[in-house]
Design a protein around this ligand. Structure first.
Ligand code: PMP
Length: 461
């Protein structure tokens, strides 16, 4: 081993020890981590690839946390951050203070957003955006003289973040094991409008479909319905055509605000700039984060329809809500550049084209591996579902840990994907690479998944 190699090894070792000791990781098993240390120590990246400190190169098959839309090592974003930081890294947006990048970005976002989503409230991320949407919705109804409209409906399998209100709306059970806290007045519905065949409606924990809940609670108590246009962390569930339109109509009919959580689906991920555009729906509040900066700076926000803005601007008091980093100058400058590149390099069109390549790859995997039973893709948001028996949709036994095992096999072969296990025996692998991916890189990804499933099949036999 050369001297520099061994120095690098001892540095990695030192970092691992420090990490174990001082860094409490999010969404990580603390006991295992304290014993085993970090799984990987990233050091740099380019496009769809990230390197670890050993110099091994991995394909980032899920854009880290579905956010690195422009891929890694995008130097124009780095330059923009440097330029803005050198001038004015940050300024407050409270008490009417402002800065140019925040204003220009607001104008740009409004020009891109569907319908009359005509103003923006900035946050630092997605959970804060959803919490802000809940507060805006309640505030709106108070101003409208309907303060009793305070409840929210979210969907089963939803992920909306981890701040207390957003976590309550999140229905993936794991996220309720950490200090099972939450706000009241959030109900989870089956992702259907009507005809839920569920039992006792007088049970306070009754979960029906959206209309059942509205009937039970009373439309005059419901402030809003929140949903991801396409569910991400819950398993990449693409709604059937007509579903989002029907929710929109229901909200209009009953005077309920429609909140779209576009934290994953925004900024080209689904092959259009926003997920709701796949079905021509305009929500009342649209929450975004992640892809707005491709992860190069922390930023989120809520786009707000004109009728809500009109109501809010009549309020003569102070809108006492906001984050230190609302309208962060550097984050907003990076977002503007990110959007400029997305438009200039036709990134959204690329996502749509690459959807076709992914789908071809999925057909191949299905033809070769009986366990690959269901696949779906919209833009570069996609998933594979594994079943023990694809003819009968018999799930793998939980003890088999099918997706975790395939995920590990992929990792060994230098591809990072996202294994998701939901409910009883649903084994889903999410694939959502950076939107700059090309055909050959998709083929490379598919071939690694192919080899990994083959390896898993061997383990099973
Ligand atoms: N909503 C959705 C749909 C998400 O996927 C996420 C993050 N994965 C969030 C909200 C929360 O965003 P953040 O982690 O930036 O708070």
């Amino acid at each position: 081993m050369t001297e520099s190699l061994s120095m690098n090894q001892s540095r990695i070792q030192e970092l691992a020890e420090l990490d174990k000791k001082y860094f409490l990781h999010p969404t990580t098993a603390p006991k295992t981590h304290a014993e085993e240390g970090p799984k990987i120590m990233f050091s740099e990246g380019k496009g769809i690839f990230v390197n670890d400190m050993n110099g091994d190169s991995y394909i980032d098959g899920v854009s880290m946390l579905w956010n690195v839309n422009l891929g890694h090592g995008q130097l124009e974003l780095a330059e923009t951050a440097k330029e803005q930081m050198s001038k004015l890294a940050y300024s407050s947006s409270f008490i009417g203070y402002s800065n140019e990048p925040a204003v220009r970005l607001a104008e740009k976002l409004v020009s891109l957003a569907p319908g009359d989503l005509n103003s923006v409230f900035y946050t630092s991320g997605g959970s804060e955006a959803n919490d802000t949407a809940f507060k805006l919705a309640r505030f709106y109804w108070e101003l409208k003289g309907k303060p009793q409209k305070r409840k929210f409906i979210a969907l089963e399998d939803a992920y909306h973040g981890v701040t207390i209100a957003a976590q309550t709306a999140t229905s993936i059970p794991n996220f309720h094991t950490f200090s099972n806290s939450g706000i009241s007045d959030v109900f989870h519905a089956k992702p259907h409008l009507t005809n839920c065949e569920l039992g006792d409606k007088s049970d306070p924990n009754y979960e029906g479909c959206i209309r059942d809940i509205i009937e039970k609670e009373g439309a005059d108590t419901i402030a809003g319905i929140i949903m991801e246009p396409i569910q991400g962390s819950g398993g990449v569930h693409i709604p059937p055509d007509g579903y989002l339109q029907a929710v929109r109509e229901l909200c209009d009919e009953l005077g309920i605000l429609f909140i779209a959580d576009e934290v994953i689906t925004g900024f080209g991920r689904t092959g259009l700039m926003f997920g709701v555009e796949n079905w021509d729906v305009v929500p009342d509040l649209l929450c975004f984060a992640k892809g707005v900066t491709s992860g190069y700076a922390q930023l989120g926000g809520v786009l707000i329809r004109q009728h809500i803005r009109d109501t809010i601007v009549q309020y003569e008091g102070v809108l006492s809500h906001g984050f230190t980093y609302s309208g962060h100058a550097t984050a907003c400058a990076v977002a503007l550049k990110n959007i400029e590149i997305i438009e200039r390099d036709n990134i959204v069109v690329n996502a749509k084209m690459m959807e076709q390549e992914l789908k071809k790859g999925f057909e191949y995997l299905k033809s070769k591996h009986p366990m690959v039973t269901k696949t779906r893709a919209i833009g570069l948001l996609s998933a594979i579902e594994l079943y023990e028996n694809s003819d009968t949709n018999k799930p793998f036994d939980i003890s088999v840990k099918a997706t975790a095992q395939v995920g590990e096999e992929c990792f060994k072969r230098k591809l990072m994907i996202r294994p998701i296990r939901v409910g009883e025996g649903k084994n889903i692998i999410a694939i959502a690479p950076p939107l700059v991916i090309n055909k050959q890189e998709i083929e490379q990804m598919i071939s690694i998944i192919d080899e990994s499933i083959t390896a898993f099949e061997k383990i099973l036999t």
